[in-house]
Design a protein around this ligand. Sequence first.
Ligand SMILES: Cc1cc2nc3c(=O)[nH]c(=O)nc-3n(C[C@H](O)[C@H](O)[C@H](O)COP(=O)(O)OP(=O)(O)OC[C@H]3O[C@@H](n4cnc5c(N)ncnc54)[C@H](O)[C@@H]3O)c2cc1C
Length: 449
Amino acid sequence: MCFSKQVLGFVFLCSFFFSSALALAEKSVLILGGGVAGLSAAHELVERGYKVTIYESNTTPEGTDASGEHDFRFFPGFYRHITDTMKRIPYKDNKEGVFSNLIPVTKLHLEGANHPNLTIPIGFSITLDDFTVLVKLFLEEKNIHVSLNDLLYFSTKLYVLATSHEDRRRHEYEKISWWNFIDAGGRSEDYRKHLAIGLTKSLVTTKPQKISARTAGYTLLQLIYTSAGISDGVDRTLNGSANETWIHPWLAYLKEKGVSYITDSEVKKINVIERSVASVDVEVAGELKTLTADHYISAVPAKVMRTLLTPEMLKVAPYLDGIEKLETDEPLMINTVGSWYHRPHAVTKISNFYFAADYVQTNTDLATIESANEAARRAVNGILGKDKNSWPKAKIWEMHDPAIFDVAKAHDEARYVILQPHWLLQTTNVCDFLLKKSFSLKGFLKALR
Ligand SMILES: Cc1cc2nc3c(=O)[nH]c(=O)nc-3n(C[C@H](O)[C@H](O)[C@H](O)COP(=O)(O)OP(=O)(O)OC[C@H]3O[C@@H](n4cnc5c(N)ncnc54)[C@H](O)[C@@H]3O)c2cc1C
């Protein structure tokens, strides 16, 4: 009796696992767009047993990120998601796959500086010589000259950001431009040129008048934490062309794992019936095809996605009309003031439809290869959640927020709930007044010698 119960139990368990495995084996995902986000989603899915097909409109599998004309790629030290994926892309005898093709960046060209080839040393590897170069740059007026009060004012603003509570970050700093937050309009020409425009363009590659204070400020802080050694990581770039050292090995790996990457395939329409995607119309090599799958991930850019929105989609998920409000005329302009509220989550109200792209709401926030990869992980986790299978979720990292600021942040929270500004923003005008009486950085450093 007992034995037959055990046998029955065993048979039940076997059939349960067999049927779940069968159900999973049948699960298919169509990925629309084969850039970094599309490839990242495919990577996570294929390693979890999904049948993945990518449809890419280009005739070559190179997306925005590997286009030959912009081959330089910067991987700041705070990137965690894309670098984790890169470690899982085999490359020759590299122990850590294509990740080992990344080399440290030690110098950064400063936009807006008078000298065309002016670079500043950055990162962990700053030597004494580099430091001397940096000091000289500040001393020589023809290159960079920022007064001490400007420098302190800028640092105060960064400190305000670092010690602000999350709710203030999200609700106040998203609604103001970086330009206004750091009061670029009201300060010296040098301040505007070097700290507002030069630094922002060099590090965040976008216009300080348009980007939100939240995105620019917190990205800048992440870069500073890495450079100052407060958080791990080294700013890096690839040791060769992006295609050779990263994208092509990635595609080769994904194909070997079973991913189908179909080029010359333009997604024309996403057909939503009731609350889910029933099919997508794709023009494959000039021939219109209607394709179906269990799940669909949109990994096309925002400017394409907005043309694919249909009344049926908006009926189920009205908030997706936010995509139409995103600024997409210029690349890298997603993070304008207030854009966060218009950006979709990776998981949508359309039951089998997800977003994996750099404009999705992510911890990374700034539209980059890192946010594209993080969004892809979130989309994949959405699929895993829907399918209720036992595969581990893709890892998502928080941005670095040093514990040293916790007490100050708690203080700011107490002020935020009673609608008071950050305490330093109440007093910066006083600080500024006193600082105006101070001396230039040049004089200060000379006095020190
Ligand atoms: C000049 C430049 C330099 C940059 N440098 C850096 C850098 O150094 N570091 C960094 O982190 N980020 C950088 N970025 C940002 C980064 O490249 C992007 O954020 C990232 O590539 C976005 O990835 P994605 O997959 O979301 O979009 P994309 O890479 O744009 O991929 C979308 C894909 O969808 C395809 N597609 C479009 N329409 C359709 C359709 N109808 N059907 C099918 N497929 C379609 C496109 O061909 C494309 O391959 C840079 C961007 C630019 C423009």
